[in-house]
Every structure is written in structure tokens, then in C-alpha cells.
Design a protein around this ligand. Sequence first.
Ligand code: ATP
Length: 196
Amino acid sequence: MPKRPLRIGVLGGTFDPIHEGHLALARAAVEKLRLDRLIFIPAFQHPLKDKEEQTVASPQDRFEMVKLAIKDELKFEVSDFELKRKGISYTVDTLRQLRSQFPKPNEIFFITGGDWGKTLDQWKDIETIFSLAHFVVAKRPGFDIKNLPPRIELLDFVPLDVSSTQIRTCFNQGKDSSDLVPKSVLNYIHQKKLYR
Ligand code: ATP
């Protein structure tokens, strides 16, 4: 029997740390886009976050936290593509790499939160990105996703109002963030004394 093409979702980010907002987005993407799998790809260095916004935890710790957060989710995977490649983690390079692994007619859905929808003119080789994958923008509290270019597909779901920045601040101030990150991740952060 011929194999049907796969539907692969890609969620890139710094995941510093991964939180329930990422997981809610990933679950909605699997359901609404009918994905066979969703690959989390932690960035080595985000191309558009400036110095102050760059990561706090090490690449290895960010990768381990994603691994812990997704261990019970059958369709979720994590890739160390960008961490191994080092340097600036351009989406176009990652999608090219993924395309060689999943050539057409397999379908790739690159998913991003609404905060990035308005920065598209700053992305490296955006037209190539559009030719390699569907570009999906998801709702995110506080970000207007109206008037996006026609190449963009919208993922409608109920997002959680949480960010990694907010979580790092909570840890830094000794506040409780147990409902914002999975328990296994919370334990890891405590064990490794991250974000203090
Ligand atoms: P930081 O606060 O450190 O900038 P972040 O919470 O935005 O981090 P990232 O790792 O940069 O987390 O996000 C990875 C991807 O997930 C991005 O495309 C981002 O827009 C999206 N995302 C993060 N949090 C949410 C959320 N609460 N709802 C919807 N999308 C989200």
C-alpha cells in the first residue's frame, strides 16, 4: 500500500524555559492541523531577540527541559538540529535541513506565536521559507494578528497568557510558577538552580 504523505509541525523557540503556553499551542496545532508529529526545535541563538533577550539557561538545559515536558506526548519530538549547528538559528536553514529529511509531498507546517507575525520582513529568506513550509501564526494574548500577509495561515485556539520571561522573573523573585510549567520541568529548574 502506498504510504500517505506525513504532516510535520515545527515549533521553534528558545524554550527558556518551556511552559504550558508552548504545550497548549503544540496540542492545538496537532489537533487543528492534523499533524502526524510536532517537532520542538530549541534555537541555539534566536535571530531576532536582541542581547538582553538572549537565553539565560544553557542550550543543554533548554533541550533537557523540552525533553522532560514532552515525554508523555506521543506525537511530540525534540530536535537538536539548531543546537548542533550553533551560530544564529535561521529558520530557513532548519527548514532546508528538515526538507531533505521529509521531501515533498510530505507537508511541513512551521508554527509561530502571534508576537512574530509582524516581524516577517526581518526574517532571512522569507520567500524561501514560504516555499519550504506552510507558515502558521497562532494567536497570542496581547498581540494583534490582523492584516497578516496572504501567505500566512492562522491557527485559532485559546492561548494561555504566559511567557518564559514572566516565568524567569517569578523564579528570580522566588515566586511560585508551578501552574505555568510542567512538574518535571519545575523539578529540573530547582535541581539545577536555574533562573535565580
Ligand atoms: P521569552 O519570553 O523568553 O521571549 P516566549 O515565552 O515567547 O519566550 P519562546 O521560546 O520564544 O517563548 O516561544 C517559542 C514559540 O512559541 C514562539 O513562536 C512564540 O511566539 C510561541 N509562544 C510562546 N508562548 C506562547 C503563548 N503563551 N501562546 C502562544 N504562543 C506562544
